[in-house]
Ligand binder design. Structure first.
Ligand code: SF4
Length: 283
C-alpha cells in the first residue's frame, strides 16, 4: 500500500552506466574468475580468458549460456565499466594487442566497476531525495566519482574505493529513509517485524504480505515468493534476489534495484520493472 507510486525517474546518468559489450575487450570474461557451482560448470582463474571467448571478444555460446550451465554470465553486470576501461582508460588497445597491460587493465576494471556501481545508486539517490541536503550530498559524491574516473589507470588504482563506498552507503541510507517514510510496511504493519535489513527470507511465501516501504537492504530473498506483490518503496540495496519469484510483481518503485539482481530472479512479461532496467531475455 503506497501513498504515492514513485517509479525511478528517467535518468541520463544511468543510461551511460549500461554495459556496451561491443566496445569492451571482454573484461568480465577475462579479469574475473569463477568457480564450478550452480552458476558455472567449470573453474576459471581470474586474469585468464574464458574457454568460450572468441578472438573478436564475443562469446561463442552466447545464445545457449543458461543451457550449458553458465547462468552466472547472464546475471553479471559491469555498469558500463568495461567500455570505459577498454576505450577511455586504455585508449582502445586490448590486452591481446598489448599483453603487458593486461594485469593493470584487469585491476583497473575491478576499481572502475565499483565506481560505476556507486554512480548507478547515486543517480537514483539524486532522483529520489526529498530534501535538498541529501540531494546535494548525492550530487556531490557523484561529481567526485566522475572526477576520479577522469584519472589515469595508475590514479585509478590509488582510489580509496572502500572509503567512498562507506560515504555512498550513508547517503543511500538517508535517501532510503526519506523515500520510505510515507509507506506502511515497517511503520505499523503488525507482521513487518521480520522485514528488516539483512532479513533471512529464503524460500518464504510473501504473497500475502504488505511490502511497500520495507527496508530489505542486504536481505536474503533467495527463492522467496513475491508474485503479484507491489514493491514500491522497498529498499533492495544489495538484497540477494536469486530465484526470487517476481512474476506479476511491480518493481517500478523499488529502491536501489540493479540489473544483476533482476537477471538473477525469476519473472515474466507481467513483471513491471523500472524504465532503466531491461527485462532479461531468459524471462
Ligand atoms: S561463457 Fe561466454 S559470457 Fe561467460 S565468461 Fe565465457 S566468454 Fe564470457
Amino acid at each position: 500500500m503506497s501513498p504515492t507510486h514513485s517509479p525511478v525517474p528517467e535518468n541520463d546518468a544511468r543510461r551511460a552506466l549500461r554495459a556496451d559489450c561491443t566496445n569492451c575487450f571482454a573484461l568480465c570474461c577475462t579479469a574475473l574468475g569463477f568457480q564450478r557451482s550452480a552458476d558455472f560448470p567449470v573453474d576459471k582463474p581470474a586474469g585468464t580468458p574464458c574457454l568460450n571467448l572468441a578472438d573478436d571478444f564475443s562469446c561463442t555460446i552466447h545464445r545457449t549460456l543458461r543451457g550449458r550451465g553458465f547462468r552466472g554470465c547472464t546475471v553479471f553486470d559491469c555498469f558500463g565499466a568495461g567500455q570505459r576501461v577498454s576505450q577511455q582508460l586504455f585508449d582502445g588497445t586490448s590486452w591481446r594487442d598489448a599483453p603487458e597491460t593486461s594485469a593493470e587493465m584487469f585491476a583497473v576494471f575491478a576499481v572502475v566497476r565499483q565506481l560505476h556501481e556507486m554512480l548507478w545508486y547515486l543517480a537514483e539517490a539524486e532522483a529520489r531525495a526529498t530534501t535538498p541536503d541529501s540531494a546535494d550530498e548525492a550530487t556531490g559524491l557523484a561529481r567526485r566519482i566522475d572526477h576520479l574516473l577522469d584519472g589515469t589507470p595508475t590514479e585509478m588504482l590509488a582510489v580509496d574505493a572502500d572509503g567512498l563506498r562507506a560515504e555512498v552507503r550513508q547517503t543511500l541510507m538517508t535517501v532510503s529513509e526519506e523515500a520510505r517514510a510515507g509507506y506502511l510496511a515497517g511503520h505499523g504493519d503488525d507482521t513487518a517485524g521480520d522485514l528488516h535489513p539483512g532479513a533471512d527470507l529464503v524460500g518464504r511465501d510473501l504473497r500475502a504480505r504488505v511490502l511497500c516501504g520495507a527496508d530489505l537492504r542486504g536481505a536474503l530473498v533467495i527463492a522467496a515468493d513475491l508474485r503479484g506483490r507491489d514493491l514500491a518503496g522497498v529498499d533492495l540495496l544489495g538484497a540477494d534476489l536469486r530465484d526470487a519469484r517476481l512474476e506479476g510483481a511491480d518493481l517500478a518503485g523499488a529502491l536501489f534495484l540493479t540489473q544483476a539482481q533482476v537477471n538473477a530472479a525469476r519473472g515474466d512479461v507481467h513483471t513491471t520493472l523500472p524504465s532503466d532496467i531491461a527485462r532479461p531475455g531468459h524471462w
